[in-house]
Design a protein. Structure first.
Length: 252
């Protein structure tokens, strides 16, 4: 039987509260994912004086980067109170100065903020239980002409696993079933993710009204966090053979 969406969200919230320390210094802007990808693409044409919302802001490292580059204001949204706590600690001065506003909420729920120039998201959107709602919300948060840039695990990367010295297609690319990760990261907690096909992401974005102006599948730039063990999910060996991440650039 399928897990009800409220249970998925509540399990994922508990999970992120328990694993957030493991991700505190994971990929954040100017990178858009593991292995230093995306920084060289200069996807945000101008940060100075612009307003941003980050979906799934996690530990707030990307927010700090945007502030250091003179963004006018940055809103950060995340499901996990623990992540919001860490993002608040990391951006305390900017919050006191009214430049950073953090909101603990699930991305599927609409929040009330001023229209922004950019919505960004680094490795968070794929956690959603309702992408239609999320993209419709994001569209509504943007100013006319505003840009939404987001990254996530490449759809093919998740289907291929290392076994006996080689890479094998372990899951059917065509199946978009939710995956339940029991005892994820060995923290005794359950996480749920639905991996979606690339064509599904294109369709969902277009249905929400976005004009897709860029789609990137970057090759790895560097080895990060000791991911040189081929058995690891994010292994450099695997990332050299197939795209680990995709990045969409969409305009309202
Ligand atoms: C891989 S982390 C990325 C964090 C951050 N962007 C970074 O690069 O450090 C994914 C984040 O998505 C958040 N998240 C998961 N499901 C969510 C949901 N339904 N609504 C809002 N945030 C969610 C998690 O709490 C977590 O902080």
């Amino acid at each position: 039987m399928d897990t009800p969406t409220e249970k998925i969200v509540s399990d994922n919230q508990k999970t992120w509260n328990l694993v957030c320390d493991l991700f505190a210094d994971a990929s954040a802007l100017p990178d858009w994912g593991p292995f230093g990808i995306g920084a060289d693409l200069d996807l945000i044409p101008e940060i100075k004086g612009k307003t941003f919302l980050e979906i799934g802001c996690g530990s707030g490292r990307s927010i700090k980067y945007l502030m250091q580059e003179d963004a006018e204001r940055v809103y950060g949204l995340d499901l996990s109170p623990k992540q919001i706590e860490e993002a608040s600690r990391y951006n305390r001065q900017e919050i006191e100065d009214g430049k950073v506003v953090l909101i603990q909420s699930q991305m599927e729920n609409k929040i009330d903020i001023e229209p922004v120039d950019f919505v960004i998201s680094v490795y968070a959107i794929g956690w959603t239980v309702a992408p239609e709602k999320v993209f419709s919300n994001i569209y509504s948060y943007l100013k006319p002409g505003g840009v939404f840039i987001w990254s996530w695990d490449h759809s093919i990367f998740t289907d291929i696993e290392y076994k006996d010295g080689g890479y094998y297609i372990e899951h059917s690319y065509h199946e978009e079933k939710p995956v339940t990760l029991i005892d994820w990261k060995k923290r005794g907690t359950t996480a749920h993710i639905t991996y979606r096909k690339t064509s599904t992401w294109f369709r969902l974005l277009r249905d929400a009204g976005f004009n897709i102006i860029g789609y990137h599948e970057p090759a790895p730039k560097n080895l990060n966090r000791g991911h040189d063990d081929p058995e690891k999910y994010y292994s450099i060996q695997k990332a050299k053979k197939m795209p680990c991440s995709f990045i969409f650039v969409c305009q309202k």
